[in-house]
Ligand binder design. Structure first.
Ligand SMILES: Nc1nc2c(ncn2[C@@H]2O[C@H](COP(=O)(O)OP(=O)(O)OP(=O)(O)O)[C@@H](O)[C@H]2O)c(=O)[nH]1
Ligand SMILES: [Mg+2]
Length: 141
């Protein structure tokens, strides 16, 4: 699996996705700092949402092969600035999360937010049910 950096707003599902990718039990745990587990670098949502932390995300991206921007399908708000992917050295893909509690329209809108951020490729998953995880795992191989 590629070494990846998970970036997204508070509560969008980064850590849950990490647990699902590793086949771990899904246990809620607030992320307080940037840490690596296996090939996955997880980040706190605050690092995206608070401007003075953003630079830490850029530094962390130097250590990975792919940046994964996550957007919850349940959030009707762009959490990434337009063209945000240009901030990172490695390529980026987008992942819409929480599809199990969203309508297809919500999933589509979250995908639009990710494309606005600059990704050209989006996948949709539910880390809770596992829906879409096979395609994501294949993409990250
Ligand atoms: N229904 C549903 N809930 C999810 C899914 N993924 C995560 N959640 C829930 O959303 C909440 C936040 O998930 P986290 O994975 O901790 O979110 P995070 O992006 O790591 O948040 P921070 O660490 O605060 O940045 C938890 O209660 C999860 O159970 C999903 O696919 N479906
Ligand atoms: Mg987390």
């Amino acid at each position: 699996m590629k070494r990846i950096l998970l970036v997204g707003s508070v509560g969008c599902g980064k850590t849950t996705l990490l647990q699902r990718l590793h086949g771990d039990d899904l246990v809620y745990s607030k992320t307080e700092s940037i840490y690596a587990e296996g090939q996955v670098v997880d980040t706190p949502g605050e690092y995206l949402e608070l401007p003075w932390f953003k630079h830490a995300l850029r530094l962390a991206s130097f250590e990975v092969e792919l940046v994964v921007l996550l957007a919850s399908a349940t959030v009707y708000e762009a959490k990434f600035p337009p063209g945000f992917t240009t901030f990172f050295m490695p390529p980026s893909i987008g992942v819409v999360t929480k599809t199990d509690i969203a309508t297809p329209e919500q999933v589509s809108i979250a995908g639009d937010y990710l494309r606005l951020a600059g990704v050209t490729e989006t996948l949709s998953v539910s880390a809770l049910t596992g829906d879409g995880m096979a395609a994501l795992t294949e993409r990250l191989a």
